[in-house]
Design a protein around this ligand. Structure first.
Ligand code: FE2
Length: 141
């Protein structure tokens, strides 16, 4: 199974977001590795736990930035986050209950989600953060 490959087009230009994304990709790949290593459910479950926890923290940081700049597309962006967390939690619950994950399908889904979310939603957020930063102070209020 392919690992998630970082490509330069995923760089948003926001150091906060990009730093988080690098770490997120590491955890996604650790999860993929656990799935394909055949080390058993406990390892996969542990990797998923780490991934879900960090994803939650990262989303919370992005959402705090959205609130700070009163980002117009915050609602739609948050909805994407909420949906993914729900899907990951459901997947983990299924895994913990002894269900069999369709490993390639899960990996494809997660890779595609991450790439598309970064290239669309996160890129727009990073642009808004940059614009806000460069706006003269008197325009901020
Ligand atoms: Fe996001």
């Amino acid at each position: 199974m392919a690992q998630f490959a970082w490509t330069d087009d995923l760089t948003t230009g926001s150091s906060l977001i990009d730093g988080d994304h690098r770490k997120l990709v590491e955890l996604v790949n650790a999860f993929f590795q656990a799935m394909q290593s055949g080390q058993g459910n406990a390892q996969v479950s542990k990797a998923m736990k780490h991934l879900i926890a960090y994803t939650g923290e990262h989303f919370a940081r992005e959402e705090a930035e959205m609130a700070r700049i009163q980002y117009v597309a915050a609602l739609a962006h948050r909805a994407e986050h909420t949906k993914l967390i729900k899907q990951l939690v459901e997947l983990k619950e299924m895994q913990d209950a002894g269900g069999r994950m369709n490993t390639p399908a899960v990996a494809d889904f997660l890779s595609l989600w991450l790439r598309e979310h970064i290239l669309a939603a996160d890129m727009k957020l990073a642009t808004a953060l940059k614009q806000r930063k460069s706006a003269p102070a008197q325009q901020l209020h």
